[in-house]
Design a protein around this ligand. Structure first.
Ligand code: MN
Length: 424
């Protein structure tokens, strides 16, 4: 695919801070919502949203073999389904339009007609997620959880080093940043009790994850090979897999998480293309024992993406609780997608596959409160003097992420969710 738009020397006639998530080298895709029936596809540079429907009306997107009507769909799925050759050409065109040296068709003169300050628009969920799968692919996270709940000497279950463990999650409750989340209710088994009780979750947690969006389907019965896998990945978002630990502990045997994970997952609003992330490729951790041939791939299939989690209290006190990196993933996205479809499972455009909690080797890189507070035994001090073992009502969890190279930062924008008290 074209990586022309990635050139770090390209400057835009739109000015922005050099620490923005959205320089001209990013150009991710999202959707602006005007009303319940009025949506426009969009991209973003700095603090300005680029309205693709307006650009199309003005003739700036001619000759791309993309039907004009597509730009007013509520979700990006139909655009993504046109294939990376097409979406890549669209991204290159956006780069030419905003490039100070090219200023395609004198677009800058029409800026008022297609640029809007990002704080003046509502961003909606960019893809219609048909199916959502959550993996468990950070060795550090799986080791921490295994150590806490089972046996420090056998923290990883026997399958873990041989396949990317995952479960099929709930797609309907995937929401975009800024959507408030009600504290879930359910069954828990109090310490020492013989029978469960019903009520609001007491151990509400976040999970720092990233997710990829499937960009190309495979027919039922026809697996995606490891060589083809990245061609089936359109792009990525930040992903908070909210988790109710007390509900999870009681319900998860033997089929895995259910209600503990189905009430909400928060994503960032822009799908950053795999092309834009190319500069951040690196090799993943060494895999030992050797994986089976269908999962084997040489080369660089991990990505160096810095990740951060802040907790903001209702009073506005903010504490960073995690600084991790996507590069720690033991299983790559290519391996996850290959394994997911090896049975013949038909993946569809817009399906979302989340990485699993991304924990690193150090305590400050743990990607969930379960690990950060070590099951609640080591509370985190907040600047306002309060402490957190898990997430309280009124708290906002804020995730951020970016890669940075040659003075260019490619980021994802906010992935924020505020917890409201459980509904009575
Ligand atoms: Mn998860």
């Amino acid at each position: 695919m074209s990586q022309k738009a990635n050139d770090p020397s390209i400057k835009s006639w739109i000015s922005y801070d050099d620490k923005t998530d959205f320089p001209i080298q990013n150009l991710p895709f999202g959707v602006i919502k005007f009303t319940d029936t009025d949506y426009h596809f969009a991209s973003i540079i700095g603090d300005y949203v680029i309205d693709l429907s307006r650009l199309s009306d003005l003739g700036f997107l001619d000759g791309l073999d993309i039907p004009e009507s597509i730009y007013t769909s509520p979700y990006l799925n139909d655009l993504i389904a046109l294939g990376k050759k097409t979406t890549s050409k669209l991204r290159d065109r956006l780069s030419d339009i905003c490039n100070a040296d090219i200023d395609y068709k004198n677009a800058s003169a029409a800026r008022e007609q297609f640029l809007k300050p990002v704080n003046q628009v509502e961003l909606s969920c960019p893809v219609r997620v048909g199916d959502y799968t959550d993996f468990y692919s950070s060795k550090e996270h799986a080791t921490n959880v295994g150590t806490m709940f089972r046996d420090p000497d056998n923290a990883l279950l026997p399958n873990w080093l041989h396949l990317p463990v995952g479960y099929h999650g709930r797609a309907s409750s995937i929401v975009v940043t800024g959507t408030d989340i009600y504290r879930p209710k359910g069954q828990t088994l109090p310490q020492g009790a013989d029978s469960p009780v019903y009520g609001p979750c007491k151990l509400l947690d976040f999970e720092l994850e990233m997710a990829f969006v499937v960009g190309k389907s495979n027919p039922l019965g026809h697996p995606i090979s490891i060589e083809e896998a990245e061609d089936h990945i359109f792009g990525m978002v930040l992903f908070n897999d909210w988790s109710a630990r007390d509900i999870q502990k009681w319900e998860y045997v033997p089929l895995g998480p259910f209600g503990a994970k189905n009430f909400a997952s928060t994503i960032s609003p822009w799908v950053v293309t795999l092309e834009a992330l190319e500069p951040f490729r690196l090799k993943g951790p060494e895999q030992s024992p050797e994986v089976l041939p269908y999962l084997k791939s040489n080369g660089e299939h991990n990505f160096d993406i810095e990740l951060f989690v802040d907790i903001e209290t209702p009073g506005g006190s903010v504490q960073q609780v995690c600084h991790s990196n996507f590069k720690y993933m033991y299983w790559s996205m290519a391996q996850q997608l290959t394994h997911h479809s090896v049975t013949g499972c038909n993946m569809q455009v817009g399906d979302m596959c989340a990485s699993g909690t991304i924990s690193g080797p150090d305590k400050n890189s743990f990607g969930s409160m379960l690990e950060i507070s070590w099951k609640g035994t080591q509370p985190v001090d907040m600047p306002d003097g309060t402490q957190r073992k898990f997430i309280m009502d009124g708290d906002t969890v804020k995730m951020r992420g970016y890669g940075e190279k040659d003075g260019v930062r490619i980021g994802f924008g906010p992935c924020d969710g505020k917890i409201l008290p459980a509904i009575e």
